[in-house]
Design a binder for this molecule. Sequence first.
Ligand SMILES: CC(C)(COP(=O)(O)OP(=O)(O)OC[C@H]1O[C@@H](n2cnc3c(N)ncnc32)[C@H](O)[C@@H]1OP(=O)(O)O)[C@@H](O)C(=O)NCCC(=O)NCCS
Length: 170
Amino acid sequence: MSDHLIQKLPLDKGLKIESFIKKHNISITLKKNSGKTLSKIHKVSFPRHWTESYFNSLIDHPNYKIFSASNENTIGFLIILTTKDISEIITFAILPQMRRQGIGKALLTKSIEWLISKNFSYYNLEVSAENITAQKLYKTLGFIQVGIRKNYYKSQIQRSDALLYTKKLK
Ligand SMILES: CC(C)(COP(=O)(O)OP(=O)(O)OC[C@H]1O[C@@H](n2cnc3c(N)ncnc32)[C@H](O)[C@@H]1OP(=O)(O)O)[C@@H](O)C(=O)NCCC(=O)NCCS
């Protein structure tokens, strides 16, 4: 990965998504990505990472859509499963050194815009009760908590609840 990708972008809290993307030369696309790239980002983002071959199986499946954020290289991605008019976030991660600069918000916003353009009704997700960062982002974009799965996630040391969030798209 080239050095400039490791550097932080300046914070632009006031900028709208389109201006943010343009200003920082980030592209958000639905084009094919490699399982290798996705698994590398996933590995540094979650305690239990998914294999390259698992990502390749999602890439090849018509019901999964992969939004990638790139700035020369891929710096983050969001995968959704689409069934009828409901979509669900399967996984979502930004490279650690690129976080807290608005890229996750831009990626999520683009996926919402795409789902609305395709006439989807609901956008669902599940997040650990301990993942305050992600919950804050989801709430900012209008997701509301609708349920809870007690002790759903298991780490090496403890269990945590899964919170179910949804956003009505129309
Ligand atoms: C969750 C994640 C994708 C967010 O990506 P990001 O690019 O850092 O998010 P953004 O910079 O767009 O932040 C958007 C908002 O999220 C919230 N947020 C992001 N990072 C935060 C942090 N460290 N602490 C508190 N809130 C945070 C804030 O509300 C922020 O808006 P603000 O900067 O205007 O306050 C990223 O932290 C990540 O990859 N985490 C590890 C994997 C993960 O938890 N994925 C989600 C699984 S459900």
